[in-house]
Design a protein. Structure first.
Length: 236
């Protein structure tokens, strides 16, 4: 097992995507399977998880998030610090990745900090019905509202983002987004931090909904630090 006391460049190399369209999910969980504590994931991850979490974002063309995660976790303001933005610029990437939100109903507040402090104009991937609903018109003033059909299907999400030139799709939740992508066989990489905590509750797990399927994955690497296991599995 490899210790994760590597410098940032070594860690970035470990998480480098292979090129082309690539869908990565990043989650943290307690060792008994809880993905949240008091409704959020922040209390579960330790320093190693937070470091890897920040570094993985550097590779992304777009950060993909479910609307429930926005409501629970906030996501207002910059997602990358100045050093991360300089790293991206030096490699010919935009300073900040795009931000896309999956929302079937568009139950989002256009006056929230997610929109008012957004470093880039968000992309809202939604249903035809929600996009046409007059009550959601204000969201079109603060974001690109993209209708993708009667339901928001993972393959339609991937195709739309890839059509914008956003091939490296980095998703940070929530569980229903991951569940739907598993059902669609659309997960290329799952990065999972196992935190040395027992939650002992009925907290949600990292995936929810979708079909009950088994998708084979291949272990890419195992890192560990201070009891945290940082795992990456890629499509077999």
């Amino acid at each position: 097992m490899q210790q994760s006391r590597m410098n940032d460049e070594d860690l970035l190399a470990a998480y480098a995507p292979p090129g082309g369209t690539f869908v990565r999910f990043n989650f943290v969980s307690t060792i008994d399977g809880a993905a949240t504590h008091d409704g959020v994931s922040a209390a579960i991850g330790g320093d190693a998880d937070k470091r890897a979490f920040a570094l993985m974002r550097r590779w992304s063309d777009v950060v993909l998030i479910g609307a429930g995660t926005i409501r629970a976790e906030g996501y207002g303001g910059e997602l990358l610090d100045a050093a991360a933005q300089q790293w991206r610029i030096a490699r010919g990437k935009a300073a900040h990745p795009e931000i896309a939100v999956v929302s079937g109903s568009l139950d989002l507040d256009p006056a929230s900090e997610f929109f008012t402090r957004a470093p880039v104009r968000p992309i809202l991937l939604t249903t035809d019905a929600a996009a046409a609903d007059p009550s959601n018109a204000r969201l079109g003033e603060v974001a690109d509202v993209v209708p993708l059909g009667a339901t928001v299907q993972p393959r339609a999400v991937i195709d739309h983002l890839a059509g914008r030139g956003l091939a490296m799709i980095h998703s940070e939740g929530g569980p229903h987004v991951l569940g739907s992508f598993i059902a669609a066989d659309a997960v290329d990489s799952l990065c999972l931090t196992l935190s040395p905590l027992l939650a002992g509750s009925d907290a949600t797990r990292i995936a929810a909904g979708g079909e009950g399927v088994l998708r084979p994955m291949r272990l890419q690497h195992v890192l560990h630090e201070d009891g945290e296991l940082l795992l990456e599995y890629r499509r077999a």
